[in-house]
Ligand binder design. Structure first.
Ligand code: FES
Ligand code: FES
Length: 198
């Protein structure tokens, strides 16, 4: 990343290279530019949504080196050298990612505004669970206990950073469960509850 010269002694812009969905993009940004704004306003990747712009709703969730992150709280300059994956990078050619397909099949959305963030989070949730990461509702957190069953309660807790103003939580939980292979074709345990996922 090369700071651009400015009239004052302190540079306020830099030219950086962002790697997004496997493609490199070189752009000059103000140091205060968030990754969310760089994606949407500079790279035209408008699938990532701006909701609260302060880290509270999850609409802007992307994957950074495979881990989920709210892009409104990340500076673009801090993402240089990292692999950024957005909703536009989930499908492989014409084939949707299994999580996208599950959301589609099970109506895991209404207006769809929160959906890109929900899907990015769900992809990471499934990987975190498979890797044995416990959540706040995991009863037995001993490493030898292995991954806990991915119940509806586990999914709701692990997805709790992603809000849905349409209240599509029941279908979202079912979609995550199906994609995880724990409840393909049927709701996860307790998923029929109307209790919100977040
Ligand atoms: S827009 Fe980033 S968390 Fe809400
Ligand atoms: S589907 Fe409308 S905000 Fe979630």
């Amino acid at each position: 990343m090369a700071p651009s010269p400015s009239p004052s002694s302190t540079p306020t812009r830099s030219t950086l290279t962002l790697r997004v969905n496997g493609e490199e993009h070189t752009l000059s940004v103000d140091h205060r530019t968030t990754l969310l704004d760089a994606l949407r306003e500079r790279l035209d990747l408008t699938g990532t949504k701006k909701g609260c712009d302060q880290g509270q709703c999850g609409a802007c969730t992307v994957l950074l080196d495979g881990r989920r992150a709210v892009s409104c709280l990340q500076l673009a300059v801090a993402a240089e050298g990292r692999e950024v994956t957005t909703i536009e990078g989930m499908a492989e050619d014409d084939r949707l990612h299994p999580v996208q397909q599950a959301f589609l099949d099970l109506d895991g959305y209404q207006c769809g505004y929160c959906t890109p963030g929900q899907i990015c989070s769900a992809v990471a949730v499934i990987e975190e669970h498979a890797a044995g990461w416990p959540s706040a509702v995991t009863e037995d957190v001993r490493p030898e206990a292995g991954p806990p069953p991915l119940t509806a309660e586990e999914i709701r807790e692990r997805m709790s950073g992603n809000l849905c103003r349409c209240g599509a939580y029941v279908s979202i939980v079912q979609a995550v469960a199906r994609a995880a292979g724990t409840g393909a074709g049927r709701p996860a345990e307790g998923a029929e509850s109307t209790e919100a996922a977040a």
